[in-house]
Structures are given as C-alpha cells and as structure tokens.
Design a protein. Structure first.
Length: 107
C-alpha cells in the first residue's frame, strides 16, 4: 500500500485541493494522504466538515504511517486562505482572468 512513498525528506511533496468534503471528496483526500501522493486541502461550502475531515486524516497518520499534511477550509474562508501565499493569489487571479472574471481584491 505504501509503495508510492517519496524517497528522502529533501523532496517536495505536491499539493492537491479536493473540492467537496462529502463521501467522495473525503475518501479521495484520505487516499491521497494515506499514499503520501500529496498534501491535501479539503474545501466545502459548509463550515466545519472540511476541518473535521482534515483533522481525522491527521489523527490517523500514525496508524497509516504517513506524514502528509491535510487542511480543511470552508469556501467562505477561501479568499483568506489564498491570501496566505502571494504565488497562489496570483495564480488564482490568472485563472479568474481566463474565465472572464474580475480579479480578487485585497480588502
């Protein structure tokens, strides 16, 4: 099950966002974390479930022997999350521009 572990601590792990923390989203996120394919951000329109699912993943880490990280956020807090990294903020605005949307504003 753990044949896809990264080799050595110097390698940087990919990051994945899973939209939706229902059965499919949370199961997908759990598998990604368990196999150490990426660090995961789980987001949902509901406030609470994404953070709870991410906490469950982190708490099960010692059992599954993974050190992948998980974060759960509500889409209500998504703009605040995007602001934490200038590169992510820029990429989000580039994506919005491709779809004809106005850029996000720092408020």
């Amino acid at each position: 099950m753990h044949g896809l572990r990264r080799m050595g601590s110097g390698m940087s792990r990919k990051k994945v966002t899973v939209v939706g923390s229902g059965f499919v989203g949370s199961t997908t996120a759990q598998r990604i974390v368990d196999l150490e394919l990426a660090d995961v951000v789980v987001t949902d329109i509901l406030d609470g479930p994404p953070a709870g699912k991410a906490l469950d993943m982190l708490e099960s880490g010692p059992i599954t022997r993974t050190d992948a990280h998980a974060l759960g956020i509500s889409t209500a807090n998504l703009v605040d999350f995007l602001r934490t990294d200038p590169k992510v903020w820029e990429q989000a605005n580039q994506m919005r521009a491709r779809f004809g949307q106005k850029p996000l504003r720092h408020s």
